[in-house]
Design a protein around this ligand. Structure first.
Ligand code: 5GP
Length: 424
């Protein structure tokens, strides 16, 4: 790729100005591998290509989930060690998320055993300074030293936790436990001059610990290299094999199971309700089809629709809409092994009674009930997200935005305490 002048250089990558786009830089991953803040250094031919491949696949997954990252394109071809990313002013903080105790945490907390689970996840910050061995910083220190504002640090922490959960889910699909993860952030100037926090740098096999089957002896990550004394050529070959395996496994992260939702409504009078569900599903990127079929009036036809849906490719969740006496949801549920969510239209003077027809079911019938159309779509997204990491990530990001809305509303609503003094 044509490159402009060098912009910056790290231990394992070089950044160049993009020749045509002033707002973009090219990250060129190098074949070096280092440990001990650069004290140990080796070259593994092809490692730069594997690092770029791994990072590109991970950042594409995170972008697909709706997370703001600096990644634009590149790095995905088997012979390509370069990615194009948005230009950022890097914040010199490593944000580490830990799900399981390992590494430097154990040295700092010798009483804790390797493998102890952190619930909630633990977030730690380290100031990037090789000469001082990346000292741990508190949130207060980061803010006092003007490295990030409280709002920026809050965003970095929240996004780091989301990234961890998304990658933990992706690894879980392959029976691999994500132990911990390091991410970095930058400030990007948007077209309208706003400063935006973006997930930046790289996420590759140097950035995490991953244990297949939860077993540290089967680790696949850079810790293998850290644990070696002075590595011999054949040992470096073993390290390279692990990096190749990880790049290949990461290619599965965006694998879609082709999930979809079939909305069956008892009458065309329910179309507006169905429309709201379809719109909310589109927000998650879930395709849906709509049918009108009544359990009371056209039972055989409704059954045919269920059989047709069940024989289609991909995972299906049904959302059934019926007003008044809801026979449809239980009827569909008894006819299919796939999940059925009843989202009844509650409207008449009998509303309180009507709902009982969705709740009180015979044995062996398990249609679920979710009243709000948007919530029914969310429930379907959660079900389909069980083995689809993009969907799982989109649900996580939607929940994060919903939490943020509440907190921002509180900030707008909050008034000064009496006398203007906190705690007065
Ligand atoms: P620890 O603090 O236990 O050494 O590392 C915590 C996590 O952050 C591990 O997943 C480790 O691989 C990652 N990590 C820590 N420091 C660095 C670093 O300087 N570069 C990279 N790529 N990852 C790091």
């Amino acid at each position: 790729m044509n490159k402009g002048p060098e912009v910056a250089r790290g231990k394992t990558k070089i950044l160049y100005q993009h020749p045509d786009q002033p707002d973009a830089v090219i990250v060129s991953s190098q074949d070096s591998i280092t440990a001990g803040d650069g004290a140990k250094r080796n070259v593994i031919t092809g490692k730069g290509r594997l690092a770029a491949l791994t990072t590109a696949r991970i950042f594409r997954l995170l972008n697909a989930c709706g997370l703001p990252t600096h990644y634009l394109s590149g790095g995905e071809d088997e012979d390509d060690n370069e990615m194009i990313v948005r230009r950022c002013e890097m914040i010199p903080i490593e944000v580490v998320v830990r799900g399981v105790a390992a590494g430097s945490y154990l040295k700092r907390h010798p009483a804790v055993k390797e493998g102890a689970v952190f619930a909630p996840r633990l977030v730690e910050y380290f100031f990037k300074d090789d000469a001082r061995h990346d000292p741990q910083y508190s949130a207060e220190q980061i803010i006092a030293e003007d490295l990030a504002t409280p709002a920026e640090l809050g965003e970095m922490t929240d996004v780091a936790l989301l990234v961890f959960e998304i990658l933990a889910h992706a690894w879980k699909q392959q029976n691999v436990l994500l132990i911990d993860l390091k991410v970095e952030f930058g400030r990007h100037k948007t077209a309208d001059g706003e400063s935006q926090i973006l997930l930046a740098d790289v996420i590759d096999n140097d950035s995490w610990r991953i244990w297949p089957g939860g077993d540290p002896k089967r680790m696949l990550d850079k810790q293998i290299y850290r644990n070696m004394g002075t590595p011999k050529d054949n040992e470096l070959g073993v390290v390279k094999e692990k990096y190749e395996e990880v790049a290949e496994r990461v290619a599965q992260f965006q694998k879609s199971v082709g999930g979809f939702v079939t909305i069956i409504m008892g009458s065309s009078a329910d179309a507006a309700h169905a429309e709201r569900i379809g719109k909310a599903l589109s927000g998650f990127g879930i395709p849906s089809t709509k049918h009108v079929a009544s359990a009371h009036k056209t039972p055989m036809y409704a059954l045919t629709r269920v059989h047709q849906t069940d024989s289609a490719m991909g995972r299906v969740v049904y959302i059934t809409i019926a007003g008044r006496s809801n026979a449809l949801s239980a009827f569909v549920d008894a006819a299919t092994p796939n999940p059925v969510i009843a989202c009844p239209v509650i409207g008449s003077n009998w509303a309180g009674m009507e709902i009982l027809s969705s709740l009180q079911l015979p044995s062996g019938v398990a249609s679920l009930v979710v009243l709000e159309p948007e919530n029914a779509a969310l429930a379907a997204a959660k079900i389909l997200g069980v083995d689809d990491t993009v969907l799982f990530g989109r649900v996580l990001v939607a929940q994060y935005r919903s939490r943020k809305n509440v907190i921002e509303s509180d900030a707008r609503m909050a008034t000064a305490p009496p006398n203007g003094k906190a705690g007065a």
